[in-house]
Design a protein. Structure first.
Length: 147
């Protein structure tokens, strides 16, 4: 009889430990995504330099890599609907013409080249969008500002 009670208690403790660990990991993920969201939200409607923009791009690529976000055949991250992040940069060409480039193309074509040309250029975060299911940041659009 004592053995049965002891076995039941051990099983109960193991189940309790597994549930507690699961809740802890879930809350840890929520806190981490809120931290990322707040970091990106701080850039909304403020002016930054190209040197800071390249840091944001590098940080975003690191986040996507750590989350295991897959890439398509062109080397662009695929939206997974929950925690993938994309950055789009709109460059000014001429008076009213802009050209939008993805962060992966800048990284693939050479960060040093971007820094050499755009390190002192001004950019402004003009749009932040969020994943519908998780409310995590989905994409940011930075637009070059004419000085």
């Amino acid at each position: 009889m004592k053995n049965k009670i002891l076995i039941i208690l051990v099983v109960f403790m193991v189940i309790l430990a597994i549930v507690t660990y699961g809740i802890y990991n879930y809350r840890k993920q929520i806190v981490e995504s809120q931290k990322i969201n707040n970091t990106y939200k701080n850039y909304e409607n403020i002016q930054i330099l190209g040197s800071e923009l390249i840091s944001i791009i590098n940080r975003t690529i690191d986040i996507d890599e750590n989350e295991g976000i897959e890439k398509n055949q062109d080397g662009l991250y695929i939206d997974n609907g929950k925690n993938s992040i994309k950055i789009y940069i709109e460059f000014l060409y001429g008076e009213d013409e802009t050209r939008t480039i993805e962060m992966e193309k800048i990284a693939n074509n050479g960060i040093e080249q971007f820094v050499n040309v755009y390190s002192t250029a001004s950019f402004k975060c003009t749009n932040i969008s969020y994943h519908e299911k998780t409310n995590n940041v989905k994409s940011l659009t930075f637009t070059e500002i004419q000085n």
